[in-house]
Write a protein that binds this ligand. Structure first.
Ligand code: DGJ
Length: 729
């Protein structure tokens, strides 16, 4: 059993194959954290708990028990106001205006499987034996607020999920002012905090810093998870590497504003927390109502950052993503965006697709500009009907022309947006997020639809479904190109305005749920100016994300490396685009662009009709190679070898589950004169197997490749790269 309750010690012990997570009830009332880390035998855990009396500045809630203080207790779900002075996990305001809660254990339940979270994306099970769930109910007896802490344990996948639900079982209104999804207290601060931060076109750079006393946190206030901060942090024991050391990850299954951080207190304990950003958040709970927080996925690995990443990769690829394409290999695509931008017609698209089909591409994606009167980015979002000037025969005709070439047809949408210059806006000026009397701030000349409104949700479900049914559309790119401002809703009453941002997310999730379940065989790819919403929430509905608008192969080293810290390779869109690169002006070889893009869901994004014959030969070979490799890339185990954040070289590799097939990519950014000798070591192989390096007659032992490594490839130019394939003999 993955969850045990030892009644004599009032101790809950959650175990995966490699992890233990435990907490006890102090005085039978207060859930107090005991341990999270490498798996420990159940009967050993009580020795971990040690309590000390502290100075009077740490008050004592239980008379006569001066060793108990809320301010030193490692809480499972702390609140503010009755003497824990550290950052709280939640705050409720009651009808009399007060904000102190006294949550005490009431009951618990252990159920096989994992209940879905109503209206929210979450990891799931396919059969009840894959997970066990513990529900601990706490009650504030004065007001009737009950708080249920939920823990699901994936024994084989080595992950634990947490979420919280609040129910108002009293008679008066409760106002939630803060409702994080998890909090956990470690007994020391000997950690580094790792975060994935950046900007548009420079997403998910890896930053690592030692913890210091006080607060260190990341957050998004932008209404989406954002390019700037990804909803993930990890604590790494000092000195932990890719392969060694304790690493604790927390990843938020949510696509809106979030907060994640660590507070180190006066006793050098570390409180790690994550949830919806309390900034500008509120939720009014009427009597009888419930509020469910999104889920946080906790992954502990004693095998370094790489071990933690592989836990997330496996869980997210197989038990977060859904639909036909969860397990199916992804098609090699060509997208017309960087090839034509808004300037295309049906013949031009067909000409690009024709070359693509001759070279082996399988899917043609028509990007922005096919609808309304959209010749640039200043109009038409919301008018999801075909622009007959560009596509006189409509979507049906262009899809048919593409299908005749033996390719699937895919389409871009930006459904959450509305251009002020659109028929939709002229008909429904109150359908966007806005506040009465305030200026409506545009970004890319567009406003955001108020997805909290049921009528807007229904309009989108009907409109997008209508387009998808009107032609054989087998792929959708769902874009979202700005962040939220003036976050108010015309339909919500004054006292619920602060709910708008979260209600937006619930509305978006409802629309996505309905559309993706109506079209289960369509491949959905989410996008937000590239990776502005690369988060587990979106992956629940769409199994892949356009990783970044930056398609430069060298920039992509960092972007894809950083993204791989949490997200599976099958989630990352990666395309070859033209040189000089449109975002950074860099010129890299077709080979290097291919080697980097083939380390993700591979595609092309340029005008294929401009290829020379020589380029066509290279491209045809790339596509044939990728088709051989894609199961390995998309479903194999991923190992990072050399970090682009630490030097001039980057390397990563893929190993099949049976360890017989290997692909390694090595990239050297700048060439050096008279370079030092270099070697790099592979990982995750079977040391007892022999591997042949394809294209040569060389055979290496798996042990040799991992322990001695191989010589780094040499180049006589900048941006050199190699793709090495090994097969076990
Ligand atoms: C932003 C996306 O990230 C791009 O790939 C492209 O689809 C444009 N939007 C189109 O407007």
């Amino acid at each position: 059993m993955a969850i045990q309750y030892e009644a004599s010690k009032q101790l809950f012990h959650l175990q995966t194959n490699k992890t233990s997570y435990a907490f006890e009830l102090i005085e039978g009332r207060y859930p107090s954290h005991v341990y999270w880390g490498r798996r420990i035998r159940g009967n050993q855990l009580h020795t971990l708990v040690e309590r000390q009396e502290r100075a009077s500045f740490c008050p004592n809630p239980v008379p006569g028990r001066n060793e108990i203080s809320f301010d030193t207790m490692p809480h499972e779900y702390p609140s503010y106001g009755s003497s824990d002075f550290r950052t709280p996990a939640f705050e409720a305001q009651y009808a009399n205006g007060t904000t102190v809660s006294d949550l005490r254990y009431e009951s618990h339940e252990i159920v096989q499987g994992k209940p879905a979270l109503p209206g929210l994306p979450a990891t799931y099970t396919e059969s009840d034996d894959e997970a066990v769930t513990l529900l601990v109910k706490l009650r504030d007896s004065l007001t009737g607020l009950t708080v249920t802490l939920s823990y699901s344990v994936y024994e084989a996948l080595n992950a634990i999920t947490r979420s919280v639900s609040f129910s108002n079982e009293g008679e008066e209104i409760v106002q939630l002012r803060r409702a994080l999804s998890m909090s956990v207290d470690f007994q020391h601060d000997r950690f580094d905090m790792l975060q994935l931060s950046g900007s548009w076109s420079r997403e998910r750079d890896v930053f690592r810093r030692p913890l210091r006393p006080g607060m260190q946190s990341i957050e998004s206030r932008r209404g989406s998870s954002s390019h700037m901060q990804n909803p993930f942090i990890a604590l790494l024991e000092h000195g932990a590497t890719e392969e060694h050391g304790d690493v604790y990850g927390v990843s938020f299954v949510y696509s809106g504003s979030f907060l994640a951080g660590v507070e180190v207190d006066q006793f050098r304990t570390s409180r790690l927390f994550m949830g919806i950003n309390p900034f500008d958040f509120g939720w009014r709970l009427e009597a009888g109502e419930t509020f469910q927080t999104p889920e946080v996925v906790l992954a502990y690995s004693p095998e370094g950052l790489g071990g933690m990443s592989r836990i997330y990769h496996e869980l997210y690829r197989t038990r977060l993503c859904r639909g036909h394409y969860r397990d199916a290999v992804r098609p090699v695509l060509v997208n017309n965006w960087e090839g034509t931008y808004f300037n295309f017609n049906a013949d031009k698209l067909e000409a690009i697709a024709k070359v693509g089909s001759e070279l082996g591409m399988e899917l043609f994606v028509l990007d922005d500009g096919w609808f309304g009167k959209r010749d640039n980015d200043t109009s038409s979002l919301g008018d999801w009907f075909v622009d007959k000037r560009k596509l006189p025969g409509g979507l049906e005709d262009i899809a048919e022309r593409i299908n005749k070439l033996g390719m699937q047809f895919g389409l871009w949408f930006e459904p959450e947006m509305i251009s002020p210059d659109s028929e939709l806006y002229r008909a429904h000026p109150d359908w966007c997020l806005h506040m009465p009397g305030r200026h409506r701030t545009t970004g890319r000349t567009q406003l955001i639809l108020d997805m909290s409104r049921p009528d807007v949700q229904q309009y989108l479900i009907d409109t997008i479904s209508g387009v998808l049914s009107s032609a054989p559309i087998e792929y959708v790119k769902w874009d979202m190109n700005r962040n939220m401002s003036e976050i108010g809703s015309a339909l919500l009453p004054a006292e619920r305005q602060r709910e708008t941002a979260h209600r937006y997310m619930l509305g978006l999730y409802n629309v996505l749920e309905q559309i993706t379940s109506k079209f289960p065989n369509v491949l959905f790819e989410s996008c937000s100016g590239g990776g502005g919403r690369f988060d587990p929430g979106m992956l629940y509905y769409m199994p892949q994300t356009w990783t970044s608008d930056n398609t430069d192969a060298i920039s992509r080293l960092r972007i894809q490396y950083g993204t791989s810290i949490v997200y599976p390779i099958s989630a990352m869109g990666a395309h070859i685009s033209e040189v000089p690169n449109h975002q950074v002006g860099r010129i890299t070889s077709l080979e290097t662009r291919g080697n980097v893009a083939m380390s993700g869901n591979f595609g092309y994004e340029l005008d294929l009709t401009k290829f020379t014959d020589e380029e066509k030969t290279v491209v045809a070979d790339q596509i044939a190679l990728y088709k051989e490799l894609r199961t390995l890339v998309q479903q194999g185990d991923f190992h990072r070898l050399l970090s682009p954040f630490e030097g001039n070289e980057t390397s990563w590799m893929f190993v099949s589950k049976d360890k017989r097939e290997v692909m390694a990519v090595y990239v050297q950014v700048l060439n050096e004169p008279h370079p030092p000798l270099g070697r790099f070591k592979l990982r995750g192989l079977d040391p007892s197997l022999n591997y042949r390096l394809l294209g040569t007659d060389r055979v290496y032992g798996g042990d040799e490749l991992m322990y001695a490594g191989i010589a780094t490839p040499r180049f006589h130019h900048d941006f050199g790269s190699a793709l090495l394939r090994f097969v076990a003999e």
